[in-house]
Design a protein. Sequence first.
Length: 484
Amino acid sequence: MKKNKLFGIIAIVAVITIGFVVSCDDGNGTTTPTLILDPASVTVNDSNLTPTVTVGGTATGAVTLNTTALPSGVTATVDGATITVTGVRPSTENGSIDDSYTVGVTRQGITANLTVVVNLTTTWTQGGGDEPCECCGEDCECDPCTDDGDCAECAPNPCEEGHDFSVPVEAKTATCIEDGYTAHNKCSRCEATEGKTDTIDPDNHDFADEKCDTVCARESCTVTYKADGEHTPIPDTAINKAATCTEEGWKDATICKDCDTPLDAGEETDKLGHDFTGGTVCIRADACGYNYTIGQTGPGGGIIFYISPDGFTVLGNGSTGVPTTVGFDEYIAHYLEVAPANATASDQRWGLASGNTLIENGLTTYADAAAANTAISEGVIGNGRKDTQIIIAALGTSVEFAARSASAYKVTPDSIYDDWFLPSITELNLLYQSTSAVSGVPSVQFWSSSQVVNSNAWFQDLGNGTRYRTSKGSDYSVRAIRAF
């Protein structure tokens, strides 16, 4: 006898969430295609038990699915760009599902995960009672009742008495972007399998043999890694090094980040030289701690002949009584070094051959021996460098003379030290006092940069220390010094 049944579906909700890949630039100008699953969520209810998802984005070609994580009875199929999920509901008259399943979606090497989250419960009642529908059994796979409560045609579970694993399935090799599985058998009546083992994606693409090749080395894979011949430069730490006080450095050498190919040889950087700011000990950040002694070779290639632990002022632009055209600002120095050779092979005049006048504009002038001796006894130094530039500005560059030759001096043509000058009479006297510790300075007469009156200037005999006043047109030796 046909009974009247009431069919109810309670709390049928399945939410589909998706993972997707966004477009990005890998830094080498290669843009990854996008794969987008739409809509972002689907509600499954009694009127929509087969949700669909559309595959979009810039990735093109066939869409493939990996449904190995789906349980028996739940399937996902693709038609063009449309994915349909079916079987997401209990198969018994009173049942529930509280689970989540994953479907892998792949297109043009881009994979996203489609996650089906299910929280679904069904019950059937009959005429308001609690007995099951009489036309359905525990293993019935069809809808047990129609919406109006009448019994529908039921088919028995084809595998109720066991599966028939008679359909062989060949092994599928895992690729860069898709899992594989071992050879196994499949039931001829349902989707059940026997002896199937998934094989995992083997470390994605293979660019290991030639790390900057353009195409993945795995068989049947044509995914591009980067543009042909393009390398990613990084600093070559095995070559690059910072310069120190006494050693040259190296900069800008690069190699490829992926294959170690040398890309740029870089260039050498000059050694820094010692920094004696504030004292006689080098204060560079590498904790050099070096200090010179009298008689040692200085940084400019000369010989140290004077040390001032407290420092002395080298007058320059901005100093009282000094014009702003001497080419350098005043600074504090702690050392004087003398050139290892004369500025010229032959003696030179201080000024013009005749017709010399008093040079003003800040040039150090000692009108008599008493004035010069007072300056020496008071330790007045630091004038020679600015005096050299004042003399050059006054006399011009049409002829060679002592100040010009001293200013142009270099120990070697490529030396970076170009701040040599003609010493003042007080600085020249300091050299005389150290001649016993300074080798290579002959005991002859040398010009100073200090003048006396219109036509005379000061020189000193480094053999006996005597200081003289003589005509600016006379010829004497020229030995440059520098202050640092």
